[in-house]
Design a protein around this ligand. Sequence first.
Ligand SMILES: Cc1cc2nc3c(=O)[nH]c(=O)nc-3n(C[C@H](O)[C@H](O)[C@H](O)COP(=O)(O)OP(=O)(O)OC[C@H]3O[C@@H](n4cnc5c(N)ncnc54)[C@H](O)[C@@H]3O)c2cc1C
Length: 340
Amino acid sequence: MPLPSPKWFPCPSTSLVQYPRNSSLFLCKYSNFFQNKEKTQSWNSLKFIRGKKLLKDLTTWGIGGPCYYFVEVFDQTHLLSAIRYCHMHSIPYIIIGKGSNCLFDDLGFDGCVILNRIESLERIEHGVFRVGSGFRFNHLGVLTCNEGFTGLEFAGGIPGTVGGAVYMNAGANGQETANTIESIDIVTTEGKFQTLNRVDLSFGYRTSPFQSMKDLAAIIAVTFRLQGSKSAKKRQQEFLKRRRMTQPVQERSAGSVFRNPSSLGVSAAELIDKAGLKGCSIGGAMVSHIHANFFVNTGGASSQDMLNLIALVKDKVDRKFGIELEEEILYFHPYCNDMN
Ligand SMILES: Cc1cc2nc3c(=O)[nH]c(=O)nc-3n(C[C@H](O)[C@H](O)[C@H](O)COP(=O)(O)OP(=O)(O)OC[C@H]3O[C@@H](n4cnc5c(N)ncnc54)[C@H](O)[C@@H]3O)c2cc1C
């Protein structure tokens, strides 16, 4: 059954344009929001939690205030119901996986956060896996290498979901998600299911067509086609060892904050390091001593601390090298229906 025509589309994440915090509309809406008692609402076997779930508990950075609504979905029927509910009540929504590439605001998110727990895995034929978009990407990487397939060695150590990896076209060590995909199942904002073939889609460095797809509601499942390899497991172990040595894996981060500048032959981390910014901190946000493109929450970092640190690093790198770094992480405005 098609969805009612949407008044709100899924909220796009954006580059770091900051929300005007002195907006009276915003403060009015939120003061009203916080006076309301916490509520749980059940609908079609879904439990919508109002005002209670904190985004800092849903993200690897550990930053972010309350979700106006929060719901977990465990299969595609649940997911469609959640989207339908949001449409019916004109609530803007976003779908997240592990929140490992997201910066949410301390003010929270004035819509519904749909947490994707679609964790199915089917072996279709030799080397072909159809995987739910909430499946852990790290786990998929380890599982496929253990079974003797190459293509997802790099996924070991990436703390996101399959859906997040496809949306971001996650990659490392010369490999990327797009190269292993055969097809992707999505649901549109009209409530239609579609299977998209990889050959018809155009991916780039940390970009996917989903980032600009106006009628995307969610990625539901992904079919991967992998080749057999006897050396995949060993290669993955080497990648994991290197990751543990060069990244602050024990600390709260969102991976690389900036994309590497294209065709300049220098990484964002090198530029930040050469600008003398390792260890630079604002409040609880700090440029990692181990990897300069990882910014860590040393404890109690606010979203503003992180935004200010990102702005400071961008400014210093630009002044020193004349290079404008571009964010890889995604910032979600707290009041997304106020965006252009
Ligand atoms: C320690 C660490 C190491 C990392 N290493 C790497 C690395 O080596 N390479 C790399 O590329 N990244 C890396 N990352 C970043 C991050 O893990 C990846 O970008 C990951 O793919 C994000 O997945 P996620 O499920 O957490 O997505 P989220 O952060 O939850 O979401 C990211 C975006 O994807 C969208 N999205 C998520 N799921 C869906 C869905 N089912 N349908 C539609 N949209 C969806 C969200 O709305 C959001 O816009 C690292 C992060 C950390 C913390």
